[in-house]
Design a protein around this ligand. Sequence first.
Ligand SMILES: Cc1cc2nc3c(=O)[nH]c(=O)nc-3n(C[C@H](O)[C@H](O)[C@H](O)COP(=O)(O)OP(=O)(O)OC[C@H]3O[C@@H](n4cnc5c(N)ncnc54)[C@H](O)[C@@H]3O)c2cc1C
Length: 458
Amino acid sequence: MDSFELIIIGSGPAGQNAFFEALSLKKKVALIERENWLGGVSLNTGTIPSKALREAIYSFYEINQKKSLFRQQGKYHPVFWSTYLLPRVADVVGAEKKVLEKKLSGFNAPLFWGEAAFLDQKHIVVQGSRQEVVLQAEKFLIATGTKAAVPESIPFNQSTIVDADHLFRIEQCRPPLAIIGSGIVALEYASMFACLGLEVELFVKTDSLLPYIDSQIRSYFLEILARQRVQIHYRCADWQVTEKPSGAQITTPDGNKEFGLVVYAGGRQADIDALRLQEIGVQLNEKGFISIDKNYQTSVENIYAAGDVAGAPATASAARIHGRRAVRAIFGSSGAEIHYLPVFAIYTIPEIAFTGPCTEELKKQNLDFVEGSAYYENLSRAAIEGETQGFLKLVFARDSKKLLSAQAIGARCSELVHLAQMAISYNVGIDYFLNGFFNFPTYSELFSLAAFAAAQKF
Ligand SMILES: Cc1cc2nc3c(=O)[nH]c(=O)nc-3n(C[C@H](O)[C@H](O)[C@H](O)COP(=O)(O)OP(=O)(O)OC[C@H]3O[C@@H](n4cnc5c(N)ncnc54)[C@H](O)[C@@H]3O)c2cc1C
């Protein structure tokens, strides 16, 4: 029987980064993957394909709607999905897979294909399509991520009624579109498909969207969604989906409507069913994710967990870091504690990004602050690129004038906020932005304009 110092289950961002970290520490480590691909939800069904789809749609949107020069050159046609959008997504995913495979092949490290299940605290069985192996390890890292949490009441046919994990398997995308869900995935898809010129309706249980982001950014985004003609049905939990020859029908207390495609993006759950965790005593939290402490250790001493399987923040960016840190914690090497300031991005059109607390949060903390905003419509770079929607808000402490947070909506803001992340982490004050050198014309100039707006208020 093969024996290892560490076995990692799952090859998504958490598992693969844990694997590389363990290899760099010269540990005897194995990686197990159930699917016949590497990279997890991130590379195969989530982050990369959805962002590749966004960029493909964006090129279409740019030509047809954004730049007045080309306005209304063409309209979306359903064959577009299979002839242009899906192939583009497949190209991007394929290229990313090659990068990952090349990286892995450089290590010549053991990779087992199959579904892992615990036999006891030190042994797992890996059930592959051709063979079954039992492996032993001193330590295990569970990085099995999540799967779409789907209600049994929906008659998924993965053609006209799909969950978010199967969107890229459908052959046709016919409007009108219904999206069920209020989270980031639902909003990203709603905004993308609306920018393709499709009629989109969003069905949400709650009475608000993105309650945790800055309220000014939220209001601005909702106005854009309205201009994109996304129709939002709030407080709508009482719906029924039925299959129809034309696609699907959604029935609510307000009536029936037929759609070409219904996408269910109503949440995710830990992908742990196959692992037989109950038998070895790994405890879950109240939301069904694996409970871990600050060192990623579960309730069982030699078993650790990282990434989405342990719950929030449930992003690939966090899972990558958590995977690496978990390995450092397991082997007692330095750097297991998290010291970074997170950056969050929501890839709607336009994108939303932020780092540091929003103004509502700062008020709750009784912090006295001064804010200044700069609008894309006043920016030369934005005019050149036809990206005039959006703004960047910088928030400074009134007493020290240090930057506390940056909240933004607009083109490339998911890149821009990293400058704020660095500035906050290194206690940079407003003078840096007032007197600093910003190339012209750039989007980075927003920092200087926002700082000037804030400086008037001190
Ligand atoms: C539509 C969508 C868009 C997203 N967009 C973004 C984004 O823009 N930015 C961002 O940061 N995040 C995004 N995310 C979230 C991101 O994809 C996840 O946070 C990330 O994939 C989590 O990584 P992970 O390693 O924890 O798990 P996963 O990526 O889920 O990987 C888990 C792996 O474990 C394997 N596995 C499961 N059970 C077993 C078993 N028993 N045996 C062997 N292998 C097993 C699975 O096959 C899978 O390969 C998005 C998610 C979705 C769904």
